[in-house]
Design a protein around this ligand. Structure first.
Ligand code: SAH
Length: 439
C-alpha cells in the first residue's frame, strides 16, 4: 500500500483500557440496580407520565439522552476510562487514520473535486475527526489544491467544547452564537474551517463525505412486542408498587409507530428507529444530488435481533430505567432498515464486520509501521492491545460493522473497471469492503 509509511505520528496508541464497550453485551435492563436514586431526570419523567400517561421508549430515550436541560449527552463527558464507555477512536489512533485514508481514496476515485466537506455526526470528543485531519495533513501533497471544511453535528454543549479543544487552534477565538443554526465556528490546528450544528439539515448541501461512528445506536427506538392481539408497543410507566420507580408496560391498543414494522416480520419483538430513517433519507438525497459518500460504523444486526436496548454506566451494564440521566442508553443498529431507507436513491454497501473492513484498509501494515517507530516496550504493548480490541472477534472485531452509502454511478464505475481488468476480485472495489488499492 502506497502512502501508509508517510502517516507517522510521534505519539502512541491511545489507552488500551480493559473495560466494557457498548457493543459487548445485551441487556434489557434486568441487571440488579446499583441505586434507586431520584435524579432530576426521573423527577421530570414522572411528572410527564403523571400528566400525559405512559411514554414510548423512543420518547424516554430522547428525553434521557438529549433533553436540552438535563439530558445525559448534553452536559456530560461520558467517553474514556473515567466515563461510561470507550469507542474505537479513543482506543487506537489507527482507527481514525484508516478512515481518513478511506475518505481520501474515495475523493480520488470520484474525480478529485476541488472542494469537499467532511461532516461528522455525533463526534464525541473530536478524536476521530482529529485523526482523519492528521491523515489529510500527511497527504498534503495529494490534497493541496482541495478546499476542505469540517462540519460537526452535535447536540451536546459539553462535548462540542471538548471537540473544539481537540481540534482548534487555541490562539484563534471561536465564534459562538447559541441562537444560530451554526452555533460555533473556528479554525482547526491545520487551518481548516470547522462549524458546529445541532441538526444535519442545517449543514450546507455541498459535495460531502459523511461519517457516523457510534451515532445511530443512540437514536431513539420504539419497541414492540407481538401479542395474540397483534403488535403492542412497549411503554414506560410509573411503577404503582414501588415509589419513585419506573417500569415497562404494553400499550393497550395499536400505536402509530407500528407503521415502521415490516408486514412480513417474523420476530416476536422488534425495535424500530424512525430517526435513523430520516437521517438516512437526508444523507441519501444529498449524496444522490451532489456525490460524495457516507460511512456509518456501529454495532448492529441485519434485521435479526430482538431486544437490544441497554444502559451503560462506569463501563458496567446499567438498568435502563434506574437513575435516568446518569447512564448511556443504546440499541443495536438495524442495518437492514438503513439499507431499505437508502434504496432507490443511492447504493449501499455492507454491513461488513469491523475486522474485515480494517484488514482491507491495511491495519496490519499500519500497525507494523507504528510498532517499528515505537521506542518504549509499553508503547508497543499499547499498540498491540489497541489492535486486539479493534480486531479480535471476541471484542470489537465482529460486533461492530461498517456500512456505506455511495452514488449509484460509483459502484457502476467500479464494476465496469473490474470487468475491463477481468479482475477476479469478487466484491465491488470500494476500499474496506474490498482490499484498498491506490489509484
Ligand atoms: N463518535 C464518537 C462519539 C459517540 S457517542 C466516538 O465514536 O467516539 C454519541 C455522540 O453522538 C456524542 O457526541 C453525542 O453527544 C452525539 N449525539 C447523540 N444524540 C445526538 C443527536 N440527536 N444529534 C447529534 N448528536 C447526537
Amino acid at each position: 500500500m502506497v502512502g501508509m509509511n508517510t502517516l507517522v505520528r510521534r505519539g502512541v496508541a491511545r489507552l488500551g483500557i480493559p473495560c466494557v464497550w457498548r457493543g459487548k453485551c445485551v441487556s434489557s435492563g434486568n441487571e440488579p440496580a446499583e441505586s434507586n436514586r431520584v435524579t432530576p431526570m426521573l423527577r421530570h419523567l414522572m411528572y410527564k407520565i403523571k400528566s400525559t400517561g405512559p411514554i414510548t421508549v423512543a420518547e424516554y430515550m430522547k428525553e434521557v439522552l438529549t433533553n436540552p436541560a438535563k439530558g445525559y449527552y448534553v452536559h456530560h463527558d461520558m467517553l474514556g476510562e473515567k466515563g461510561d464507555f470507550i469507542t474505537s477512536p479513543e482506543i487506537s489512533q489507527i482507527f481514525g487514520e484508516l478512515l481518513g485514508i478511506w475518505f481520501v481514496s474515495e475523493w480520488m476515485t470520484s474525480g478529485k473535486s476541488t472542494a469537499f466537506q467532511l461532516v461528522e455526526l455525533g463526534p464525541g470528543r473530536g478524536t476521530l475527526t482529529g485523526d482523519i485531519l492528521r491523515v489529510f495533513n500527511q497527504l498534503g501533497s495529494v490534497l493541496k489544491n482541495c478546499d476542505i471544511s469540517i462540519h460537526l453535528v452535535e447536540v451536546s454543549q459539553k462535548l462540542s467544547e471538548i471537540q473544539a479543544l481537540t481540534l482548534t487552534e487555541e490562539k484563534l477565538p471561536l465564534e459562538r452564537d447559541a441562537e444560530s443554526l451554526v452555533y460555533m465556528k473556528g479554525v482547526t490546528k491545520s487551518g481548516i474551517p470547522v462549524s458546529w450544528y445541532r441538526d444535519l439539515k442545517d449543514v450546507p448541501k455541498g459535495y460531502s463525505f459523511y461519517l457516523a461512528h457510534e451515532f445511530f445506536d443512540v437514536l431513539p427506538v420504539h419497541k414492540f412486542q407481538k401479542t395474540p392481539q397483534g403488535w403492542r408497543e412497549v411503554l414506560v410507566d410509573i411503577d404503582p408498587q414501588v415509589s419513585d420507580k419506573l417500569r415497562f408496560v404494553l400499550a393497550p391498543c395499536a400505536t402509530p409507530a407500528e407503521a415502521f414494522i415490516q408486514h412480513d416480520e417474523r420476530r416476536d419483538h422488534v425495535e424500530v428507529c424512525p430517526n435513523a430513517g430520516i437521517i438516512i433519507e437526508e444523507l441519501s438525497q444529498r449524496i444522490a444530488l451532489t456525490g460524495g459518500a457516507a460511512l456509518i460504523a456501529d454495532y448492529g444486526h441485519d434485521g435479526t435481533k430482538t431486544d437490544t436496548f441497554r444502559g451503560f454506566c462506569g463501563h458496567q451494564l446499567h438498568d435502563v430505567l434506574i437513575a435516568p440521566g446518569t447512564a448511556d442508553l443504546t440499541a443495536d443498529v438495524d442495518f437492514s432498515y438503513l439499507r431499505r431507507m437508502a434504496q432507490g436513491k443511492v447504493a449501499s454497501l455492507g454491513p461488513v464486520e469491523q475486522r474485515t473492513f480494517l484488514k482491507n484498509m491495511g491495519i496490519d501494515v499500519r500497525l507494523k509501521v507504528l510498532l517499528d517507530k515505537a521506542d518504549e516496550p509499553s508503547s508497543k504493548e499499547q499498540l498491540l492491545r489497541g489492535y486486539d480490541m479493534l480486531m479480535n472477534p471476541q471484542r470489537m472485531g465482529e460486533r461492530f460493522n461498517f456500512f456505506a452509502l455511495l452514488p449509484h454511478q460509483r459502484l457502476h464505475a467500479a464494476s465496469q473497471e473490474r470487468n475491463a481488468r477481468q479482475s477476479k476480485t469478487p466484491a465491488s472495489s470500494v476500499p474496506g469492503f474490498d482490499e484498498l488499492v491506490w489509484q
